[in-house]
Design a protein around this ligand. Sequence first.
Ligand SMILES: *Cc1c(COP(=O)(O)O)cnc(C)c1O
Length: 387
Amino acid sequence: MPLFSGLPVAFTHGQGVWLWDTKGNKYLDALAGIAVCGLGHAHPAVTAALCDQAGKLLHTSNWYEIPLQEQLAERLCRLAGMENVFFCNSGAEANEAAIKLARLHGHQRDILTPGIIVTEGSFHGRTLATLSASGSRKIQSGFEPLVQGFYRVPYNDLSAVQQIGERNKNIVAVLVEPITGEGGVFIPDEGYLKGLRKICDERGWLLMLDEIQTGMCRTGKWFACQHEGVAPDVMTLAKGLGNGVPIGACLARGKAAKVFKPGSHGSTFSGNPLVCRVALAVIEELEKKKFADRAAKVGKRLLDKLKEKLNKTPGVKEIRGRGLMLAIELERPCKELLQRGLESGILINVTADNVIRLLPPLILTDTEADLLADILEKMVRGFLNEK
Ligand SMILES: *Cc1c(COP(=O)(O)O)cnc(C)c1O
């Protein structure tokens, strides 16, 4: 089905941050499969885990114990300060699980029409519930009737959350991204997550953080909420968790960890031995080589370079980022930069029409970061000088 207007390029293989196309051209991958391949391409630890597990056992079903799933759950919970996990196969499914968990939590407390506060400019996935939760008309349009029960507030606005709480006694949870990804890499004011935590505590709501894009060391911490020292009740993960094998996770803590009972939710493929083995290898590597610190350091270097090179350039609105989640916001739409990126030998993304989004692998070296900044400077200047 013609759902993706793909660029006219196909890749044959990759190594680290580099990709090669069918014509033998080489590209610096500053997208990493949309924040998925944190360890880059063809990482030996990932390849070894994948190959070894493929020769042993791929799948049995959740009707039996899966020790690798239990190991992964334990590792993830320890890192995230959470208590238990539901594994699934994508980000949208992780958020579906969170939404179902919040609703069930409401019903268990006799709230029969449980509401969830969500924000403008957010992205939570493409299933019916998650697109209804997302703050983008573009992805909702044509799929009405939407799933009900979402209450929308502006991002980074605590008083709007308070006001919804005053008016609606059926609210059970808040679902937000710590930094918006698809929405344009907007970093909320310091204290936003803390403020949300406080409101949720006062009102007995669940704080549910969508860390699908920001998690797994992307922003310079294991999870973006750790920049503010905030612990959510529910956290969703996917993208960087499997470095390319499809795996998502919905983690819970405290009262949220007690909501789901046998039969409340499920999935056939979820948490099978193959994906869990790979995710374990990913975590081990991220931990061993301290990639959270690495992402913070190289991300800051890249951000500083980009600012130095482009900050005062007419047509550049803002350059921002945290760790290796960065954005160059231009004053006008710039989708054609995707093609120009290819011509310049880099893979980038453009989101929210006018935001160049960079999500390079966490293994990006200083030299590669400098090279990326040089190429971006030339490309952006060339583009802005034309019109
Ligand atoms: C990508 C993303 C999703 C959806 O994940 P899929 O795996 O595409 O379903 C949800 N939330 C955020 C913040 C994302 O970046």
